[in-house]
Design a protein around this ligand. Structure first.
Ligand SMILES: NC(=O)c1ccc[n+]([C@@H]2O[C@H](COP(=O)([O-])OP(=O)(O)OC[C@H]3O[C@@H](n4cnc5c(N)ncnc54)[C@H](OP(=O)(O)O)[C@@H]3O)[C@@H](O)[C@H]2O)c1
Length: 212
């Protein structure tokens, strides 16, 4: 499948590399396609680099992997027509770094990044996924023999099925929490991961659901 990634940070690059390994055709977009990190990723992965609009137009499925404060502008630059009827995987977390570390939530309780992105792209099928784990582990949902859990949310059942298939290819066990408004929970769930990291200076944790 052709996949567009909006965002050149660790998340965009890691997902891009993982998707290339699954034999998808990947283009990562940036405000500046010539930027060094993106050019290095293109050389190392054999993927493509372009503008945000080129990556969005290229993708049959599109990942949003931008800093929260840049996300609305990145979507504007990517042009809403390029998202029409497509599955859009929202990996962002609405974090506010303005008061230093650890970050605080920029939104929450009554709305979420996932809902904002769905409202900015009403013709797209937005699925919140991959946001509850650090970038380094996104493309491998297994710690040794331990299979890890990923939670997703979105309004379109078929889109969630496609995202689940992708997560399965990355060895995650996926649980659907419901509509896109459940992003409120998933974004706080990411905060739990972050708070645990800052409190203990441990950065290699992940979530596993157990049942009796
Ligand atoms: N890092 C993690 O482990 C992790 C884990 C889970 C979720 N997340 C979430 O995933 C997202 C990406 O994280 P990241 O660490 O990979 O990268 P990041 O540094 O948060 O974001 C980098 C991207 O944001 C774009 N950007 C920044 N300001 C912008 C603006 N004003 N207008 C348009 N675009 C702008 C940059 O565009 P250019 O390419 O043009 O510079 C770049 O592509 C974040 O929302 C983060 O909270 C991160």
């Amino acid at each position: 499948m052709k996949i567009g990634i909006i965002g050149t940070g660790t998340v965009g690059q890691t997902l891009g590399t993982g998707l290339k390994k699954l034999n998808h055709d990947v283009m990562i977009g940036s405000r500046n396609p010539q930027k060094e990190e993106l050019q290095k990723w293109v050389m190392a992965s054999g993927g493509k680099g372009g503008t945000f609009a080129e990556a969005a137009a290229f993708g049959e499925m599109i990942f949003i992997c931008t800093s929260w404060e840049g996300t609305e502008n990145a979507i504007k630059l990517a042009e809403s027509k390029n998202f029409k009827n497509k599955i859009v995987i929202d990996v962002t977390n609405p974090l506010d770094f303005s008061q230093g570390m650890p970050p605080k939530m920029a939104l929450g309780h009554t709305t979420s990044g996932g809902e904002k992105i769905q409202s900015w792209l009403p013709d797209a099928k937005v699925v919140k996924a991959f946001n509850i784990i650090t970038a380094a582990f996104m493309i491998d949902g297994k710690f040794g023999n331990e299979q890890l859990d990923m939670f997703i949310a979105g309004n379109d059942a078929a889109a969630k099925k496609s995202v689940t298939d992708l997560l399965t290819a990355f060895q995650w066990t996926t649980h659907d929490l419901g509509g896109i408004e459940q992003s409120r929970i998933l974004e706080y769930f990411a905060m739990l991961w972050i708070a645990y990291g800052f409190k203990n200076n441990i950065w290699n944790h992940a979530f596993k659901l157990v049942r009796k």
